[in-house]
Design a protein around this ligand. Structure first.
Ligand code: KG4
Ligand code: ZN
Length: 331
């Protein structure tokens, strides 16, 4: 089966071609980060318009890279949610229209299922069952994954997502948007012990997270009369240490509670070096293995959408022929 995957839920336009017998044939990504940086965050209307501009060329490029003729496509998969309504509608309309023109079926995909399964695109491929730690700009979840389509939510954030906390804290420290990677880079040079920051919900009996208080604690430090600009790296390090400690502690608790031996990390925050280091240490101690998608597949991308569609189809999912353009921003 040959699947074209389209991702447009936020500020990345991703397109990919996946073949169930030959693997990932081609993928292209256009990120709008620079366009939104001027505004300090994603501007939904600009995101939608840019997806409109980019999609046709990206799809043509991917078809050429994969040396595939339109007639050889079997299914067109696209992200139907969650995400920005307008941005999702662009991808859905494009995919449904292309499918109508080519007389092919479609398959709407849940964005987080794409992230969740993306580590299976990279060798070594973890076997089921595993624990998924989903850490992106919009979500922070711990999920027990038994098989494709069989997911059990064990815990999630009750306020900000981990990536969102990184981005907001970066903004407080004047690091621009999206500040997560910049904050992580600054933290590398800092001393995490100069500032004592809270570990929200660390010892709570649930597997839920809360990161908004941490951001407030950082705001209080930055706003205090004895704040000095040269403390920025130390505060960044203290913040990163707090987030990572909470993420790792809850992951260990979830592994134990669910009796699992494999952990899969997905979403943009999975690129964080300190998180990877502490998870590796915890895994060595507790006896679980940790898997990551390729760095290129950590952020939003079309490959994970085409791939999730492929696994769903192999698991018996029905394709869609009704041509209706429907998105689910809060899916
Ligand atoms: O999965 P993703 O590309 O997009 C979605 O949110 O769906 O994740 C992006 C998030 C942003 O919040 C970004 O700041 C964060 O991942 N991020 C990082 C790092 N790289 C990206 N956060 C911490 N450390 C990093 N190295
Ligand atoms: Zn995402």
């Amino acid at each position: 089966m040959r699947i074209l995957g389209i991702e447009s839920s936020c500020d990345e336009t991703g397109v990919a071609l996946y073949d169930t017998s030959r693997g990932l044939l081609a993928h292209r990504l256009h990120t709008q980060a620079q366009m939104h940086a001027t505004y300090g965050g994603v501007v939904p209307e600009l995101a939608s318009r840019d997806h409109v501009r980019r999609l046709p060329a990206l799809v043509r490029e991917v078809m050429a890279d994969g040396r595939m003729d339109w007639t050889e496509l079997d299914v067109i998969a696209y992200t139907a949610g969650p995400g920005l309504a307008g941005a999702l509608l662009v991808g859905a309309s494009f995919a449904e229209s292309l499918a109508l023109a080519l007389n092919k079926p479609t398959l709407p995909v849940h964005h987080l299922e794409g992230h969740l399964l993306s580590p299976l695109l990279t060798e070594p491929r973890p076997e089921f069952p595993f624990l998924a730690l989903l850490v992106s700009g919009g979500h922070t979840q711990l999920m027990a994954v038994e098989a494709v389509g069989d997911y059990r939510l064990l815990g999630e954030t009750i306020d900000d997502a981990a990536g969102e906390a990184f981005d907001k804290t970066a903004k407080l420290l004047g690091l621009g948007y999206p500040g997560g990677p910049a904050l992580a880079a600054l933290a590398e040079r800092g001393d995490p012990t100069r500032f004592a920051l809270p570990r929200p919900l660390l010892h709570a009996p649930t597997l839920d997270f809360s990161f908004s208080g941490l951001k407030t604690a950082v705001a209080l430090k930055v706003g205090s009369p004895d704040w000095r600009a040269e403390y920025a790296a130390d505060l960044a390090a203290a913040f990163q240490e707090a987030v990572v400690e909470v993420l790792v502690t809850k992951t260990v608790a979830a592994v134990r509670a669910a009796g699992l031996r494999r952990v899969v990390v997905a979403g943009g925050v999975g690129a964080n070096r300190r998180l990877r280091e502490m998870l590796a240490e915890a895994g060595a101690k507790q006896g679980f293995a940790v898997f990551y998608p390729d760095v290129a597949l950590c952020t939003d991308n079309g490959a994970m959408i085409a791939f999730a569609a492929a696994l769903r189809l192999e698991a018996g999912a029905e394709v869609k022929w009704d041509r209706r353009i429907e998105v689910r921003p809060r899916w």
